[in-house]
Design a protein around this ligand. Structure first.
Ligand code: SF4
Ligand code: SF4
Length: 57
């Protein structure tokens, strides 16, 4: 599954950017955004977020 991001819980720390092997997470207006078409569904970003803002739907 492609993870989702709870924007109201994202603090913009950018930790998830480096956790993503194909580097498909970027910052948009201070919040993380996954380029869903390029996500490899590895789940690494879900475990990385210290805020629990990335989840599997
Ligand atoms: S699931 Fe994996 S490939 Fe997809 S955004 Fe998260 S870290 Fe990147
Ligand atoms: S790791 Fe979590 S809090 Fe930090 S930028 Fe990514 S989604 Fe936002």
């Amino acid at each position: 599954m492609i993870p989702k991001i709870k924007l109201d819980e994202c603090t913009g720390c950018e930790d998830c950017l480096e956790s993503c092997p194909p580097e498909v997470i970027s910052m948009v207006n201070g919040k993380a955004k996954i380029e869903e078409a390029l996500c490899e569904e590895c789940g690494a970003c879900v475990d990385e977020c210290p805020e629990g803002a990335i989840y599997l739907p």
